[in-house]
Design a protein around this ligand. Structure first.
Ligand code: SF4
Ligand code: SF4
Length: 342
């Protein structure tokens, strides 16, 4: 069964980062007043959100609003979004804005900031998120990434694009980071979206206990689940976790919700693009009764995030794959009877 509708909006050269508008984080983070709603909500429930992006066209059918959760149990070596790894907010340094005044180094009560040439290195073990450096910086070169929001705050934001969901067949996608890392919060957002009649999608690594996935299953129309490698040892090497739980959860989800699962396969040259791995993936999907797959080419668009966090970018030497090689993989999988989405 086909699980995704095609959307012919525009042809884009680079997936995922086109046609988006990002909310000003300060705007929605400061909307702290939580309105009383008719549904019962666990008192004071909040979740950690990295950002909310609008007008996305690759994260499910139609035009979508994507809510990026903070916190992820995996550490994929090619991750394009390291700012979503930690569930707590973090201080981010923007080198391009820094005027090297030194105020941040002098102001930090924990002595957590060190100037190394033009870079301000933040010792995240010492930083207690006190806000002094962010406040004092005259160039807005330091900022917090992430904020706490209530489910109501999130749904109020995504409702701004209700019109687009109706006209395009779109909806709301929870992504990350890992939404399953904050199951109550994710479940409440999804439940509220379903009450509003929105299509819902969950982009996930499926690295969570089955009961966590099961808890929010009724509120998800489409599961977009990553398979990064079929070999469990290789998976451990490139993500920090083995894939036993992930593959088991995919099989169970596909069985419980037939026709509602699509696989996302990020193609990382030299890591998971062998014919053996791709054939193993095809075999797994056949056994699971999953017939849709999104083949996602490696890109380096998140490289600057590593600089901002002071982290090593471990895939600097990996070449972005040629369009032709990705097309060959897509054709190969398609020839086995699968639908290629996006
Ligand atoms: S947030 Fe506070 S503790 Fe952390 S680096 Fe800035 S001044 Fe130092
Ligand atoms: S306070 Fe801001 S502008 Fe000044 S050195 Fe620190 S980061 Fe750079």
């Amino acid at each position: 069964m086909t699980v995704l509708k095609k959307l012919s909006v525009v042809t884009v050269a680079k997936r995922r980062y086109c046609l988006f508008v990002m909310y000003n984080r300060d705007d929605f983070c400061s909307a702290a007043a939580v309105k009383e709603e008719e549904q019962s909500v666990p008192a004071g429930l909040t979740g950690s959100i990295a950002r909310i992006e609008r007008y996305m066209i690759h994260d499910g059918p139609g035009i979508r609003t994507v809510v990026f959760f903070k916190g992820c149990p995996l550490r994929c070596v090619w991750c394009s979004s390291p700012q979503t790894w930690k569930e707590t907010k973090e201080v981010i340094f923007l080198k391009r804005k820094c005027i090297n005044c030194g105020s941040c180094v002098a102001s930090c009560p924990e002595k957590a900031i060190e100037a190394v040439d033009d870079i301000k290195k933040i010792d995240r073990g010492k930083c207690n998120l006190c806000d002094e450096c962010v406040e004092i910086c005259p160039a807005a070169a330091l900022k917090f990434d992430g904020c706490l929001m209530s489910p109501e705050d999130v749904v109020n934001e995504v409702m701004k694009d209700e019109h687009f969901y109706k006209t395009s067949g779109g909806g709301v996608t929870l992504s990350g980071g890992e939404p399953l890392g904050q199951p109550e919060f994710a479940s409440e957002i999804l439940r509220r979206c379903k009450l509003k009649g929105f299509h819902t999608a969950l982009e996930t690594s499926a690295y969570a206990e089955w009961q966590v996935l099961k808890k929010l299953m009724d509120f998800v129309d489409l599961f977009l689940i990553d398979i990064k490698h079929m070999d469990t040892e290789e998976h451990l090497k490139i993500t920090g976790r083995n894939n036993d739980l992930i593959l088991d959860n995919i099989l169970r989800t596909a069985k419980e919700r037939p026709g509602s699962v699509a696989i996302q396969f990020p193609v990382i040259p030299g890591y998971n693009d062998t014919k053996g791995n791709i054939d193993s993936l095809v075999q797994f999907m056949t056994g699971a009764g999953i017939d849709s797959i999104d083949v996602i080419p490696f890109h380096k668009l998140g490289q600057h995030e590593y600089e901002e966090l002071g982290l090593d970018y471990r895939v600097m030497d990996v070449e972005v794959p040629e369009t032709g090689s990705i097309q060959n993989i897509r054709e190969h999988i398609k020839s086995k009877g699968f639908e290629i989405i996006n």
